[in-house]
Ligand binder design. Structure first.
Ligand code: SOE
Length: 386
């Protein structure tokens, strides 16, 4: 009989839904000692909406005050799915109450805030994880496996595009409900924290630490109506960001991100070029990992040049990461499953004593890179990551 793992989720937006769904599904597909129980949801929403959300997703109850939720004795875990500016206060309270915590990305508004959050969970000795879900797309996890198997060899280039197009219209307001991502006071930054944080997390996981960056950011639409004040206010977030990176392993990175790439919805790609081979992934085609094999890792010899070429690996075999838990080869999974994998790995980490990654300390690294990007964009100079 699995042990109940009692969860309280704060936030019922896009991420509140992805996390609720993941807790509901995980025990159907992964054999774990714990079984999540959706105890309560809490959000700054009218009570009828909260109640409807709780009913839809199968929560036993709801709370209108997050402090009450955090103090509840029948809750083991606080899951934070709220806008970035609220993360720190919620994490500090959850850790002080001895709850384990999952926090949506980016962990904080700044590295200074993230430092406090790391200190709080480490002092409390509670499990913690930042939800960088894209690590857990099976094709991305396979990329890490191929790197570990030596199939890429000495890396030279790491290339990222993370492109969307939903903020192009000048009449999209900033602030409020789903549009807080455009408000500097709530989001902390624009595409840097929202999109590039994902890419940085994946990049450091696959290719090791970034040592220094030089960045350029742009805000294309300088003023937007603010939904909270009803006034037209300056837009302070970065609508687009490009940065160059030097990795500790000597390879070079180029990262481009924007929300102004007409036609690109969640175009999140990376390419890694090494001496022995290359890898390419595109989230808009998530079941594939493209691999170019130049050297055979088993023999160290060149693959016969008349048969070299990019191979598209359809990452649905039972040998592929996570896939034996799902359907049969050829049957694809998608976005929602990355959150199920996140919860499965997190619980497995609690059960085995080897915490799942990225924990808050690892999320702090990403935050430091984000801070360095913003500082570099302001100064126009290369900035080292401490
Ligand atoms: C922004 O549009 C966004 O919703 C991000 O906040 C998510 O982290 C990303 O996964 C999808 O795009």
């Amino acid at each position: 009989m699995a042990k109940p793992f009692n969860v309280g989720i704060i936030g019922m937006g896009f991420m509140g839904r992805t996390h609720s769904n993941a807790y509901r599904k995980v025990s159907n597909f992964f054999q774990l000692e714990h079984k999540p129980v959706l105890k309560a949801v809490c959000a700054l929403e009218p009570e009828e909406k909260l109640k409807a959300f709780a009913d839809t997703w199968g929560f036993e109850s709801y709370e209108t005050d997050w402090r009450k939720l955090v103090e509840r004795k029948d809750i083991d875990q606080i899951d934070i799915c709220t806008p970035n500016a609220t993360h720190k206060e919620l994490v500090l309270a959850a850790a002080a109450a001895g709850k384990s915590v999952i926090c949506e990305k980016p962990l904080a508004m700044s590295a200074a805030e993230a430092e406090e959050m790391v200190a709080a969970v480490e002092k409390a000795g509670v499990a913690n994880l930042v939800c960088f879900n894209y690590r857990r797309v099976p094709a991305v996890t396979l990329a890490r496996q191929l790197v570990d198997e030596g199939r890429i060899g000495r890396p030279f280039h790491y290339r990222v595009n993370y492109l969307q197009d939903w903020t192009i219209a000048s009449d999209v307001p900033q602030g409020g409900a789903t549009l807080w991502r455009l408000d500097i006071k709530t989001a902390g930054s624009g595409v840097t924290g929202d999109l590039l944080a994902h890419s940085i997390d994946t990049a450091e996981w696959l290719n090791g630490p970034i040592q220094s960056v030089v960045a350029k950011t742009e805000t294309f639409i300088k003023e937007r109506m603010h939904q909270d004040t009803g006034k037209v206010e300056p837009v302070k977030i970065d609508d687009a960001c490009m940065f160059l990176a030097m990795f500790a392993n000597g390879s070079m990175g180029t990262f481009e991100s924007t929300r102004y790439a007409r036609g690109r919805k969640n175009y999140n790609t990376f390419e890694l070029n090494g001496e022995a081979g290359s890898l390419y992934f595109n989230l808009e085609d998530p079941q594939y990992l493209d691999y170019f094999r130049y050297l055979d890792p088993a023999t160290g010899k060149k693959v016969d040049s008349h048969v070299t070429g990019w191979q598209r690996i359809h990452v649905t075999n039972s040998e592929h990461p996570y896939m034996k838990k799902w359907w049969v080869p050829g049957c694809t999974i998608g976005y929602e499953h990355t959150f199920v994998h996140t919860i499965a790995d997190y619980l497995h980490g609690i059960e085995t004593g080897t915490p799942a990654q990225p924990d808050f300390r690892s999320g702090l690294r990403t935050q430091k890179v984000c801070d360095a990007i913003i500082a570099s964009a302001a100064s126009g100079k290369w900035v080292d990551i401490p």
